[in-house]
Design a protein around this ligand. Sequence first.
Ligand SMILES: *Cc1c(COP(=O)(O)O)cnc(C)c1O
Length: 387
Amino acid sequence: MNAPLRRAGIDLDAYRSNLDLVRGWMEPVEVMAIMKADAYGHGLEPIALTAVDAGIRWIGVLTVPAALRLRSIGVGEDVHLFTWQHDPALDFRDAVDSAIDLGVSTLDELRRIVEAVDQRPARVHLGVDSGLHRDGATTADWPALVEAARDAQRAGRIEVVAAYTHLAESSDEDDASAVAHFDAMVEQAEDLGLDIRTEHVAASLAGLERTEFRKDMVRMGANLFGIPGADGVSAADLGLRPVMTLTASVAKTKRVPVGTGVSYDYTYRTDRETTLALVPVGYADGVPRLAQGRVEVAVNGTRYPIVGRVAMDQFLVDVGDDDVRVGDTVTLFGTGEHGEMTVLEWGRALDTIGEEVVCRIGPRVPRVYEGHSGEGRVGAHLRGERW
Ligand SMILES: *Cc1c(COP(=O)(O)O)cnc(C)c1O
């Protein structure tokens, strides 16, 4: 048996299929594929190249360095790369030269971008705070930002590509009033002489459920990884396929007598003679201590609870008298097709969301790319070739 201790299988065919499906639903609205946080823990480059092979025209990556990484592996300027969280010390020159799209919500950011312009105008999306209170200009700051952007555009220093906002997804009413606020800000910009050509507002949840919020483009992250956020809806209901499958190999098995204390603090004691199987994945790999008693893992199609404390590098399952052997595959979460929980179910069991679960899978877990990867740019990239 030569199974790796732990691995995150990334099914690029599933990502591609989700992307095709979601783009079909949104048609004719454009889809920006969101890949912040290393593509939600799946690995930025292979996911981005899969999307590029599928003909995506917009990718959102949060930061300028991540966007430049994509340019450096050959993602050309026919693919717009949107960034919206900027280091206050960032020099925007490379971003402007590489035609990176920049979300801007303060005068200071705009000033620094304008200063970085050399040959070509910077591509700017003006951010509106419609109630989330993260980035985005407040009502008070918006007119000055718009006027400065208008003047910089007239001077040929920037191109205002779009206005955007991000919703709190708190309730339908809250989101409706946030979008009404955004619409009013866009109208104000038009009144001040700034033409807003493109608007983007909705992420996965609102993009699916609120057709009136789709505007010109939706920014989709979670749906594309097969982790829809809607309450009570599974990925399978929607036809979306989970992209990440987290597996490990049973590292050891031990026959122990009744009353055996298990793992740190002996929070679990065996109630009979039984077999304990050691799974070499711990909280350093993204299985939180909170998972004890809340999630179950699948071995040979049967589910077993995590027993005792989750340690940094491992946890134990009680497999009773079942025939579980060293090297057997343990599936922590995946598509659900082989008896395992899905990442959506992990999210619910852990009082969080699927996005947090996949983003927390640690760097010690190798991402192993499956499907689609033999072809096109993705395959070439994974084989270390230029294309
Ligand atoms: C994360 C993020 C998205 C994507 O959100 P999902 O719910 O994963 O689709 C879109 N826009 C912004 C600004 C984000 O931060």
